[in-house]
Design a protein around this ligand. Sequence first.
Ligand code: GTP
Length: 368
Amino acid sequence: MRAILLAGGAGTRLRPLTYTTPKPLLPVCNQPFLERQLTWLGRFGVTDVTLALGYLADPFVTHFPGGTFGPMSLSYAVEPEALGTAGAIKFAAEQIGVGAQERIVVCNGDVLTDLDLSELVDFHVARDAEATISLTRVEDPSRFGVVPTDSDGRVRAFVEKPPPGKAPSHWINAGTYVLEGRMLDRIPYGVNTSIERETFPKMLTQDGRLLAMESSAYWLDVGVPNQYLQAHHDLLNGRLGDQVVPEATRDGMGPWRQGEVEAADSASFSPNCLVGGGTTVDDDAVVVMSSLGFGCKIGRGAVIRDAVLGDGVTVESGARVEHSILGPGAIVGAGAVVQQVSVVGASAIVPAGSTQSEARINPPGDFE
Ligand code: GTP
């Protein structure tokens, strides 16, 4: 089975990280997020994946030299301009020649899930659907597109961001679809169109066979800072089973390590930490429930708590980083505090002694 993976969005909500790295290539527990998604797709027999690209396309091509990921073959459909989710699917499908009789899987490039894809395909086939949407349940649907269905899974309506307490259900579009090739005739070529806001709702008015399957599988949209942090929290705490980090090892209840880590005897780690190889951790530093990239330097007495550090980050002595994200090569000056979902761009410098709360600090250079 072939899949199209939507990976061309600008990822504005994860700026400034996405100024320099496209969202699907941002690491989640030291592995580019896209690799996790490809691994998940591969588990269900997907052998060919087309990446629908636009914003920062080159890093994808560089990341997969030879156009493969393990046994999986990759191809790229690079849009000349942003075409929206449906426009991107249509563009990619034309590039690879999806036939009217073919069935494809489509997924958003920012969803961490252990959805059983085979179950979704079986559901789709058993009901002779033209398109099937996977649904996930959320406590507060007021920020999402809600998709009420009938008892057989037929979609009844799309309700975008219902006011609190007024939602017809708690089930929202989870961003994974099974589509029959003929369904793509409904999408105009070369026009910016959203599948979730335009194509699917229009199918209902045109008597299309649009179904949706409720799933209680783990699901998280990692495209906003708080949820990007949550993804790390969940992986490090075993919510997704054994898929924490590939090739990581640990001694007893020590942190997960990927290669040699040099830590002072007086440094301490909680067990649900991941530390990349080549990282050094100085005296009295404390690392709790965090993911540290490769080659980081953690100074004396620094505190890293519930945080994500990219490769080559420096946190100088006495600094504190809590519930925040530091892009690769960022430097936190001595005694600084970075907290409350602050996001620090690649190679950005946090001045010594400063306090950053809910901050967005751009990488050096010319960014908005
Ligand atoms: P924000 O700017 O933060 O909203 O992120 P985003 O640009 O990624 O948008 P959103 O999260 O709504 O997109 C959902 C999925 O569709 C993501 O995997 C995006 O990469 C992808 N996507 C959104 N727009 C486009 C597009 O125009 N072309 C392509 N190829 N993919 C897109």
